[in-house]
Design a protein around this ligand. Structure first.
Ligand code: NDP
Length: 333
């Protein structure tokens, strides 16, 4: 039973020295507990924030602790009335091959709707984040022009497809021609801007000449700034994430167009998906309907190498080397 623990808090980008690979016996469940064999671990940009000793929406991962991670696995041994051996479950099991759980935060995975890794992506936190971020925070309305950054990632690719299914014009911003082609040719985005090879400002002006109604921001920085300069009156900016600054060691220059929020009576609202706990079921149902009716595509990029490959796999997010939901395969199914 191997696991990845936090060795020390990184400055800037995490590297191999950030992590320790440890080995310990498979835990034994007590009364009201069960043990899960982990099959897939979710890699999330938020993990970078959890490494900082800073006040946030969750406490930081402690030095020496097993790295926090969402994962899917099978119940191996159970002394819990609600979880039977062999059941497939998702939860915050950590970067480990086996985890002990008392059922807190654990959800059952229905593989008749979609395979297990999809429950870490389109039907997991990224999908729910896209759904509530767009519908609730972004107040998406039919006919809106929606711009999404990080558009070829786990959250962005689902947000764009939901917006399309709800009758919006959707423009994605992503790094590289392959990702942009995936957005327009396969996911039905109306346009895609390759921020690594073209001006985002000019791309937005061309693709959304009347301006933006909803900007769903996953990246922050210069891309946010370009989008702010193109807001329409009454626009909503969904502040979902800002990955471009997660590894920054120097202070980041502030967006020069924040005052566009004021001039256009627009609002920019931060949110955390955990606030929607009592509405997850609604989100899963809406997402399942889109997935099973073929209106939405769930794409996972499943990396191999098991728990020892956690550190290098996490950095794929910061290199933009993932398309869709990045997942690490841990067990053999
Ligand atoms: P992704 O699957 O989108 O992976 C990260 C992507 O970010 C990369 O593929 C890369 O794509 C892009 N990226 C990396 N560095 C930069 C950079 N410097 N500038 C611009 N883009 C960059 O991750 P998720 O979908 O899981 O997460 C997306 C965002 O949503 C994150 O900011 C995350 O923190 C946030 N989030 C927020 C939640 C909430 O409750 N508020 C919940 C879940 C996620 P590319 O090749 O296009 O650069």
């Amino acid at each position: 039973n191997r696991q990845i623990r936090l060795a020390h808090r990184p400055v800037g980008r995490p590297d191999e020295s950030t992590w320790n690979l440890t080995e310990e016996p498979i835990p034994t469940p007590g009364d009201g507990e069960f043990v899960v064999t982990v099959d897939y671990v979710s890699l999330d940009p938020a993990m970078r924030g959890w490494l900082n000793d800073a006040r946030s929406y969750v406490p930081p991962v402690g030095i020496g602790e097993v790295m926090r991670a969402h994962a899917v696995g099978r119940v191996l041994e159970s002394h819990h009335p609600d979880y039977a051996v062999g059941e497939i479950v998702s939860g915050s099991f950590g970067v480990t091959e086996h985890a002990l759980s008392d059922g807190t935060g654990v959800q059952k995975v229905d593989e008749s709707i979609a395979p297990a890794p999809t429950w870490l992506g389109a039907l997991g936190f990224p999908g729910l984040t896209a759904y509530f971020g767009l519908m609730d925070v972004g107040k998406l309305t039919e006919g809106d022009t929606v711009v999404i950054s990080g558009a070829a990632g786990a959250v962005g690719s689902i947000a764009g497809q939901i917006a399309k299914a709800k009758g919006a014009t959707v423009i994605g911003i992503a790094g590289g021609p392959e990702k942009c082609a995936w957005l327009t040719e396969e996911l039905g985005f109306d346009a895609a801007i390759d921020y690594k090879n073209e001006s985002v400002y000019k791309g937005l002006k061309a693709a959304a000449p009347k301006g933006i109604d909803v900007y769903f921001d996953n990246v922050g920085g210069e891309i946010l700034d370009a989008a702010l300069s193109r807001l329409r009156k009454g626009a909503r900016v969904v502040l979902c994430g800002a990955i471009s600054g997660y590894n920054a060691t120097d202070p980041q220059p502030g967006p020069a167009h924040y005052l566009s929020l004021l001039v256009n009576r627009a609002s920019m609202t931060g949110f955390i998906i955990f606030d929607y706990l009592d509405r997850y079921q609604e989100g899963i149902e809406a997402l399942s309907e889109l997935l099973t009716s073929g209106k939405m595509t769930a794409r996972e990029q499943i990396e191999i190498g098991g728990v020892p490959a956690f550190g290098s796999t996490l950095n794929l997010l910061f290199d933009g080397a993932n398309t869709g939901k990045l997942v690490l395969e841990v067990g053999e199914r």
